[in-house]
Each structure stands twice: as structure tokens, then as C-alpha cells.
Design a protein around this ligand. Sequence first.
Ligand code: PGA
Length: 259
Amino acid sequence: MSKKFIIANWKNKPETLAQAETLMSALDEYFQGQSETKQHSLVICPPFLFLEDVARLIQQSHLAHNAELGAQDVALEIQGAATGETTGVMLQKVDVRYVIIGHSERRWKLGESEETVNLKLKAALIQDFVPVVCIGEKLRDGSEREFLSEQIKKTFVGVSKDHIRRCLVAYEPVWAISTNLDAKPDTPESAAQSVKIIRGVLQEEFQLSDADMPLFLYGGSVKAHNVKSFLEQPEFSGVLVGGASVDAEEFIKILSLVV
Ligand code: PGA
């Protein structure tokens, strides 16, 4: 069976490099006690400010064979001036391999349009990153099938089958993300149904066969107590973990449960 992905989306945490180092050293200690065989595909996505340090800490520790580096976003400009942005070229220089694209906080809080998400996805693919594409409805009010369908069409428009297959698609219902008021995780069964909808759209709109399908992840209030129930669904090849990924104790529990 292929290894499950665990994508740690640190978001804008922790606040200091010293705290990031403490978190990394807890992970190092955990992996020190593990067998040499890699048990899962761990991707750590720290804030841009700490990318270079986290890259170094991965290389110098027991994470070297157990974790890879991801970024939480990428500039849509491959070349050219872009104040405040971090380009793919800069990310490559610090060994970033994965890039989160279209996270709901960027879509909804920062006003990132479908067009921007699509351009960033294309920029990430051209530059050989593995995009972790976030898809998810804002509300569960009966309109989710239609919403997901529109979002997928606009996110992937103009992207080739081969490129779609290279993506990891994270189904993250916005209402289930832990920082939202009253958030609660989706049920594994209903999340798996949503993946079926996403697969259906990819099949109909982009002519993807089963063999062409990308891998799917679940994200939204994943914690130690529920991670296994999501991964028991055959639709899911991994999880995208936000809040719990910066809580060393909770995250190590998650790692120990995903084998
Ligand atoms: P959460 O965040 O695990 O804290 O719900 C997931 C995400 O926003 O990627």
C-alpha cells in the first residue's frame, strides 16, 4: 500500500524562530526513535519567514529521510517584479518541493480569485512543484455539488491531464477548518462523497480516467482522534493538518497513528 501523505500547514505559526526550532526538535526526537523505513510522506509547510531555517533543520536531523518541504503559496509571476511575493525560483533554492495552492484562507480572507488560483497552479506546475490544490465549499447548505463543480472547473481550466494527475487535491470544506467559529470536522463518509463529486467533475469536464486521477487528501479539523477514520476511507491518500500541526504532542500522535 502506498504511503499516506501528511501535509503540515503551519499557517502563520509559530511566531518566533525559536518556537519553530522547538517544534522541529520534538519531531526530530520522534523520528530518532523510529525505524529507518519511512512510514508516511510528511511535508512540512512553514511560514515563508522560516522556510530556509526549516530546510536546514530537516537536513541536519532525523527528518532528513522522513520529511520534505512545502510552501504555503507561490507567486504567480515566474519572472518580473512582484512586491511582497515569493517566487518559485526562490522556493526551489531552499528545496521546496510542494506548494499549497488555493487555500480557503487565501481565497476567502485575502480575496484570491479563481483566476489567480488557476494562474498560480499553472506557475507551480511549470516550475515542477507538486501542487497541493485546496478545494472546498464554504457552506453546507445544499449547494455544495454545484459549488464544487464550479470551483474545480475554474481551478483547473487549461491544465492538462498529465498535470492534473501530478497534483494532490485536498478536499477542505471551509466550515470544517478549525479556526472557523463552530467548526467541526466533516464525517469521513460525507467527505468521501465529496471526493466522488470532485472525481465526477474531473472525469466529465477534463476527461480524466480512473488512472489519470490525482490523489485526494482530507483537511479540516484533523486531529489524533479522527485521523484514522478519514484515512480508512479508500478515497483518501492523506491529510492536510493545520492547527494540530503546530502542537508538537498532538502532531506526533497523528504521525504515530498513520503508518
Ligand atoms: P485545520 O486547518 O486542521 O486547523 O482545520 C486545515 C487547513 O486550513 O489547511
